[in-house]
Each structure stands twice: as C-alpha cells, then as structure tokens.
Design a protein around this ligand. Structure first.
Ligand code: COA
Length: 127
C-alpha cells in the first residue's frame, strides 16, 4: 500500500530516489530533493510498503491545478512485478478528482505505458 513519507523514513526514501537518473550521481541534489519533500507543502512523497518499503513515488502540485509525477523508483530486486504501475495507479486515483495528473519528462514514458489500455490488460493478468 501507498503510505505518506515521514521524516523517520528519510534513509530508505533517499536510497530509492537515488535510482532516479537525475539524482543518481549527485548526493547534494538528492538531499535537496528530500528536503523539498519535507518542507514544501506542494511536494508530496509516498512510499510503497508491503512487508518492507519497496518503492517511492513523488509528485509536485503546480498552480493548484496540475499534479506532476516527478519521481518513481522501485527497489531493483522487486522490479517488473507491477509495483511501479500500482504506485502510478494509486496516485491517479488519489489526485485525479481535484487535479490534472501528468508526469515530468523523466517519468513520462513509464507513465504513458502505465496508462495505456493494452498494458492495463496485460498487467491485470500479472498480479
Ligand atoms: C521505472 C520503474 C519505476 C518501473 O518499476 P517496476 O515496478 O519495475 O514497473 P512495473 O513492474 O509496474 O512495470 C514494468 C513494465 O514497465 C516497463 N518499463 C520499465 N521502465 C520503463 C520506462 N522507463 N519507460 C517505459 N516503460 C518502462 C517494463 O519494460 C515493463 O514492461 P512490460 O510489463 O511490458 O514487461 C523501475 O524500473 C525503476 O525504479 N527504475 C529506476 C528509476 C527510474 O529510472 N525512474 C525514471 C523512470 S519512471
């Protein structure tokens, strides 16, 4: 299930966000990103928790109108099992009534894939 990030989950969240291509080689940037999620009311970070925390997804609200999914990351040992897609679906579900949900350039391709009809059918058989 998707849970809201709290400060005591900082380490695990940073570990997951470090897989984002844009954050990878830059610890300073990663620290700034986490800080923004902790302090900026328009930045919302969530973690995907089963027995362990396996994924992270982060959005920013723009002009109180748009929700931009800007970070999506899954623990490498748990990829290709549908967790990324479940997180995208959950964000769509939580925000789409009030906002227009979209994705940043970095996340766009995966976001489109998750929203494509063909893929939704495919993944529903996947579990
Ligand atoms: C991208 C990422 C979040 C996907 O998570 P996941 O849990 O493995 O994804 P799912 O199992 O829900 O979906 C897997 C499907 O998405 C596809 N996919 C993976 N990364 C993709 C991408 N960047 N663009 C488009 N499709 C992608 C896979 O090929 C797979 O397709 P298939 O079902 O047809 O075989 C994960 O690979 C990751 O953490 N990558 C590192 C972080 C990153 O690069 N983030 C930026 C892109 S979102």
């Amino acid at each position: 299930m998707l849970i809201r990030f709290k400060k005591n989950m900082e380490k695990i969240a940073m570990g997951l966000l470090s897989f984002m291509p844009d954050e990878k080689k830059d610890v300073k940037k990663l620290q700034q990103t986490i800080k923004e999620y902790e302090t900026n009311p328009d930045w919302h970070l969530f973690l995907w928790k089963e027995d362990d925390v396996l994924g992270a997804i982060g959005v920013r609200i723009e002009d109180n109108v748009d929700v931009v999914i800007q970070h999506v990351s899954v623990n490498p040992s748990h990829r290709n099992m549908g967790i990324g897609k479940k997180m995208i679906n959950e964000i769509n579900r939580q925000y789409q009534d009030k906002y227009t949900v979209n994705a940043s350039e970095e996340v766009q391709e995966f976001y489109q894939k998750c929203n494509s009809k063909h893929d939704q059918n495919e993944n529903s058989n996947k579990k």
